[in-house]
Design a protein around this ligand. Structure first.
Ligand code: IMP
Length: 433
């Protein structure tokens, strides 16, 4: 079987769990290929008695909760080892078996000094801050590109680890002390902390690209799941208000070691409205009662930082862009139920930038900052849709909304989320062949 890529179409928090729930037991491997514990997905598991339990995962791939899945942390990920073991311990305490987890030997480690640097840099930037999650993501990817990063495999060679930490700190301590006026990191303590994880880590570490190659050759289903989303991608997002990794479909290949020729489908998750956390441009943002309505009804508060998310109407200029950049074959629309009860449901179909209509993302970032949405208003619906399980069950106006979105984004809508529970979804086309 070929590999399937799953990405977010907007600025993250689209609810990728909906798609993974739908594929469920049919997926054999779930690979996280970018980002680190800046992500946050809340997974709702329904027990047989109907009770619901919520799991908040930041670093671990969502597949960790499905016993038949082998979860993989790919080479493109940056790993905070403290968080890794905290999450594993938390799941183990709730009876979840995590023993199948594999971690790429080439993934990079978030060293404690990079967490510090992330926070002090943001403080230093003041009004120009990015609004990062403060988890050390940016500085760790910067080290990777600067070739002074620490990789998972380095933890098993004390001599090498010490050399690398010394090399990284030679410059960083100057910056920490002289520019940011904070304490220098002590190399010995850093090395000691990282080494303390070695024994627990060793059995999980593998050449995950090779494991995946074999799995694909054996006909297994491999799902490559992006952290963050298209507009947070370091190349294709709203730079500099982005994360520091490749969150689009191309990143799935570099971040996992699976070649592009093995990817057969790209599934993108599109929330029925738009949210964003952190700073940066957001043309359809609402600062009024409608924004508050979306935040409250959609429970739009960050899983990782608890920050209220910025909310706005659906923007299909962004949807189309996501289709193009990722080569999307299937969309999953999530949280359609949140729009229930609105008399009119606006969709942003284009932008006005200084009197000029833009149907595609403006070339220059400054234009995107000035973009005023051009809306098309569709009639809303009042009926509770959470019990709908086929497209035809939806009220006529909700159907019309989905069909119009499908037409505008240029790829088929294969599933629609109608509630937070695992089964509150309408499947129009199977996500797995
Ligand atoms: P960083 O990834 O911590 O460096 O943060 C960079 C930007 O990406 C900030 O605007 C964050 O709020 C945003 N970001 C990072 N992870 C997520 C996510 O999982 N969902 C939504 N936004 C995110």
């Amino acid at each position: 079987m070929p590999a399937i890529v799953l990405v977010g179409a907007q600025w993250g928090d689209e609810g990728k769990g909906k798609a993974t729930d739908l594929m469920g037991e049919d997926v054999d491997y779930v690979v996280k290929f970018n980002g680190g514990n800046n992500a946050g997905h809340t997974v709702v598991i329904e027990a047989e008695d109907g009770s619901r339990e919520k799991y908040a995962l930041h670093l671990l791939p969502s597949g960790i909760l499905t016993p038949s899945v082998t979860p993989i942390i790919g080479n493109g990920v940056v790993v905070d080892l403290e968080v890794l073991f905290e999450e594993l311990d938390g799941l183990n305490a709730r009876g979840v078996d995590t023993s199948k987890l594999l971690v790429s030997a080439n993934a990079h480690v978030i060293a404690p000094y990079n967490r510090t640097l992330d926070k002090v840099t943001e403080r230093f930037l003041g009004a120009r801050k990015i609004g990062t999650t403060g988890r050390g993501i940016g500085p760790t990817y910067a080290d990777k590109m600067n070739r002074v990063g620490i990789r998972i495999q380095d933890i098993f060679d004390e001599g090498i680890l010490r050399q690398k930490v010394d090399a990284a700190l030679a410059l960083k301590n100057q910056v920490l002390v002289k520019i940011y006026n904070t304490r220098a990191a002590e190399a010995d303590r850093v090395v000691e902390e990282l080494l303390s994880y070695a024994d627990r880590l060793r059995p999980m570490v593998a050449d995950t690209a090779l494991v995946l190659e074999k799995a694909l050759n054996e006909g297994q289903n491999v799902l490559l799941e992006a952290g963050q989303a298209t507009l947070l991608d370091v190349d294709h997002g709203t730079y500099p208000f982005v994360t520091s990794s490749s969150a689009t479909a191309g990143g799935a290949c570099t971040g996992s070691g699976i070649p592009p020729t093995r990817v057969s489908r790209v599934i993108a998750i599109l929330k029925a409205y738009t949210t964003r956390v952190g700073e940066g441009p957001f043309p359809t943002e609402l600062d009024d009662d409608n924004g508050e309505f979306l935040r409250k009804t959609g429970a739009e508060y960050g899983t990782t930082t608890g920050r209220p998310r910025r909310c706005g109407w659906l923007d299909v200029v962004i949807g189309r862009y996501a289709t193009r950049i990722n080569g999307v074959t299937d969309f999953v629309i999530t949280k359609l139920d949140v729009l229930t009860g609105l008399p009119k449901v606006p969709i942003c179909v284009a932008y006005d930038v200084d009197g000029v209509r833009h149907d595609e993302m403006p070339v220059g970032q400054s234009d995107f900052h000035h973009a005023t949405p051009i809306y098309e208003e569709l009639d809303g619906w009042w009926e509770d849709i959470s019990g709908c399980r086929t497209f035809e069950d939806l009220p006529a106006n909700a159907q019309a909304y989905v069909l119009r979105v499908e037409e505008l984004i240029g790829a088929r809508v294969s599933a629609i989320g109608v509630g937070p529970g695992r089964h509150e979804i309408i499947e129009r086309h199977a996500l797995l062949d």
